[in-house]
Ligand binder design. Structure first.
Ligand code: ZN
Length: 312
């Protein structure tokens, strides 16, 4: 059974129970004239998602749209399965993400290199979204979801195909992964820096853009609403820089990727458990493993150095 929480008259958080674990991946159900979801979650949790939609009083056949913040499998892996089951659904996506919803082969291969044998168990099969149901949103374009007119904001950094969705009327901001990972009950923000499109400079600009909107509430995919907006964004910004520094130092000292991962893991564990008590880091590790963040950062350091050496 899905757990749902109504966080506004027209807005419900659905906990999709990723890997049978509560409060790791959320999807948002927007109620009103055009019932819609933000995020599909992975295919492995589509049935739980739909149970949550029903529990909120909506017949899934009445859903009109799914808007995904980006195409990583934990956010959009289930979009094709949903679209095939419900042909009335329109799937809204960043221009750079659209081709990978229509043909997920490269996306799945890339995720397979990261997750290996665990891919199928964690995310399930990834069905293509029928091309006619894919709707590309450009930066600044708005879309009616539920009863809200939300604005898509190009927010690269975590990925180059990332949208945040801004509701100027309520000052709610749906952040996908660009505002990091902060799980309920915790005030720790993990910096999700997976390969392959990580770009920390672009991420900084995206955070400045989000801050300038003065959001009242951040609605994270991992997980739920947070009102400590300034602290959350500041913590993410500092942690991105700190993690980059740790990886740069490790590479300069000739450390192996495993050694760097070990150092970042130890530091992260200390910080989370200092704030939230022993055992608190396991949920964070499930959704954004430290090794994956290190892999992304190492790749970013190498590619950004190459770009610098090519610059005139
Ligand atoms: Zn994610």
């Amino acid at each position: 059974m899905a757990q749902i929480e109504r966080i506004a008259d027209d807005l419900v958080v659905i906990d999709v129970h990723y890997n049978h674990t509560p409060q790791v991946i959320s999807a948002y159900l927007l109620l009103g004239e055009r019932p819609a979801l933000i995020e599909s979650g992975p295919t492995s949790t589509v049935d739980t998602l739909l149970a949550g939609v029903r529990e909120a009083g909506v017949d899934p056949r009445d859903l009109r749209a799914v808007a995904v913040t980006h195409i990583h499998l934990d956010h959009a892996g289930g979009a094709g399965t949903l679209a095939r089951r419900f042909p009335q659904l329109e799937v809204y996506v960043h221009p750079a993400g659209a081709p990978h919803l229509i043909d997920p082969a490269r996306l799945v291969a890339s995720a397979g290199r990261l997750y290996g044998d665990a891919l199928q168990r964690l995310f399930g099969d990834v069905a293509p979204v029928p091309e006619g149901q894919v709707k590309v949103l450009q930066d600044g374009e708005s879309v009616l979801l539920g009863s809200r007119q939300l604005v898509a904001l190009d927010t690269p950094g975590h990925a180059n195909h990332h949208h945040a969705f801004w509701d100027p009327a309520s000052a709610d901001l749906f952040t996908g992964d660009v505002a990091g990972v902060a799980l309920p009950g915790s005030r720790y923000v993990r910096a999700p820096t997976p390969p392959p499109q990580l770009d920390l400079r672009a991420w900084d600009r995206s955070l400045a853009r989000l801050r300038a909107l003065r959001p009242r509430r951040l609605l994270l995919t991992h997980f739920g609403p947070h009102t400590w907006v300034a602290d959350l964004l500041a913590q993410l910004e500092a942690r991105l820089q700190r993690n980059l520094q740790l990886v740069r130092e490790g590479l300069a000292a000739g450390e192996s990727e495993d050694a760097i991962t070990g150092r970042l893991r130890a530091e992260t564990l200390r910080e989370i458990e200092l704030r939230d008590g022993p055992g608190a880091s396991a949920r964070y590790e499930l959704i954004m493993p430290v090794w994956q963040s290190v892999t992304g950062l190492i790749r970013y350091v190498h590619t950004s150095e190459q770009e610098e050496s090519r610059a005139p």
